[in-house]
Write a protein that binds this ligand. Structure first.
Ligand SMILES: Cc1cc2nc3c(=O)[nH]c(=O)nc-3n(C[C@H](O)[C@H](O)[C@H](O)COP(=O)(O)OP(=O)(O)OC[C@H]3O[C@@H](n4cnc5c(N)ncnc54)[C@H](O)[C@@H]3O)c2cc1C
Length: 386
């Protein structure tokens, strides 16, 4: 299917998602019907390689589609980002045994199975910090026995596969390892703990692992702490830009709401508010911020796709473009939604209006990697220490 067809389909789905977004946000429920629609329309295999029946879309098309879907429901688009980024990045990094990549790819294509990483833990904080998780995998004659607890596992109510980060202790060495777990594995349980300010419908619950015994071959990869993660560049590009695009979609929805409002709101015996210079100025600033973010995202996606060409490295390394695009987009979008709230005025605080949800959802991207300080340090390092 041509990219333009996917984009048209995404626009239709966004309208559909928008219809239920307020209810799921209010009740903190998971939008199962949105994922059913995504499955029916083929979106769950968008980034899966063609050899496994997928559509193998480019990074650039991926960010466009995510932005559109997020205008309908940010939480659904964020969940989809987490699933699709696994295939997009693994297509490039090839860090998993092919057998398992083939398995999760075919399942996504043929059955609409969802996969996500379960890496974060309460004690560990963000795994991007490089610390060792408390979740531990012990080698036994029967296979790996895994125990621990994961927090923030997006789409937990519907995931078929969990890529679990665990520690392996071997004699004097500890390793960071990723394992493939399935929903059917005995001892894997979801605790419905997710009750958050934003992205309330993302189902980012805890996952408890109680002596989960899995075959030895389900170890996907392992490395020493501090060693380069084979997935890191590609993982970063597909994840950070996906999060940026999702955040941009949420901010775009807030902008659209504010523009409609400004065109129509006419207080008694007053002018329509769009005539006031403060309103005009804010709307223009919102569009400037969103246009800047979209341009950065597209540029970083193209640079990443052409990262092997010398020209792409001349001014700034593609991976650094990805990092600063992510942090600048999140900051721009938070500012844009704040401006949209000011345009709408006092009623922007009302729970009956979607704009207060955008105001909460737009913040979530701040807390997904790379965080601002790490992204800036990455850039500083390549400028100052290389
Ligand atoms: C909506 C949402 C969905 C998510 N989904 C998933 C998921 O599906 N799977 C998953 O594994 N995780 C998921 N996460 C978790 C996410 O990836 C982070 O691990 C989590 O938000 C904790 O990150 P943190 O930086 O606040 O943690 P911490 O490491 O505890 O950091 C706490 C604070 O210290 C700062 N800090 C920490 N280290 C440094 C440093 N070196 N330099 C400067 N500042 C530092 C951080 O910026 C932060 O302000 C999700 C998070 C959100 C918000």
């Amino acid at each position: 299917m041509a990219n333009e067809d996917w984009i048209r389909k995404a626009q239709t789905l966004a309208i559909q998602f928008d219809g239920n977004a307020a209810k799921h946000d209010r009740e903190g429920t998971f939008p199962f019907e949105n994922f059913e629609a995504l499955k029916e329309q083929g979106f769950l295999s968008l980034t899966v390689p063609k050899i496994y029946g997928g559509h193998e879309i480019s990074l650039l098309t991926y960010v466009r589609i995510l932005e559109i879907l997020a205008t309908g429901d940010g939480a659904t688009a964020l969940g989809l980002t987490m699933h699709l980024k696994i295939f997009g990045s693994e297509r490039e990094a090839k860090s998993y045994p092919e057998k398992w990549f083939e398995k999760i790819s075919l399942q996504a294509t043929n059955e609409g199975s969802l996969v996500n990483t379960a890496a974060t833990e309460e004690g560990l904080g963000s795994p991007a910090g490089g610390g060792l998780p408390n979740t531990v995998a012990i080698s036994t004659p029967q296979g790996w026995r895994i125990s621990g607890k994961k927090t923030f596992t997006t789409m937990a109510p519907l995931l078929s596969y969990f890529i679990v980060l665990a520690r392996i202790d071997e004699e004097n060495d500890s390793y960071l390892a990723n394992f493939l777990l399935t929903r059917e594995d005995k001892g894997l349980m979801m605790e419905e703990t997710w009750n958050s300010l934003g992205m309330r419908a993302s189902g980012s619950h805890d996952i408890v692992l109680q002596d989960v015994l899995i075959p030895r071959e389900r170890l996907l990869n392992k490395r020493r702490p501090g060693e380069l993660d084979k997935r890191s560049g590609s993982g970063s590009a597909w994840f950070a830009l996906g999060v940026a695009a999702t955040t941009l979609g949420v901010a775009q929805a807030a902008r659209n709401y504010a523009v409609e409002f400004a065109r129509e709101r006419t207080p008694n015996d007053q002018k329509t508010i769009k005539q006031f210079s403060g309103i005009r100025n804010r709307i223009a600033r919102i569009d400037l911020l969103l246009h800047r973010s979209r341009t950065l995202i597209n540029d970083a996606a193209e640079s990443w796709e052409h990262r092997d060409q010398a020209r792409e490295k001349e001014i700034m390394q593609p991976i650094n473009k990805v990092a600063i695009t992510k942090i600048d987009t999140i900051n721009n979008c938070i500012e844009a939604v704040d401006l949209a709230m000011r345009v709408v005025g006092g009623v922007s605080l009302q729970k009956s209006r979607p704009i207060e949800r955008y105001y909460r959802d737009v913040r979530a991207g701040l807390h997904n990697p790379p965080i601002e300080d790490r992204a800036l340090e990455q850039l500083a390092r390549s400028v100052l220490d290389s």
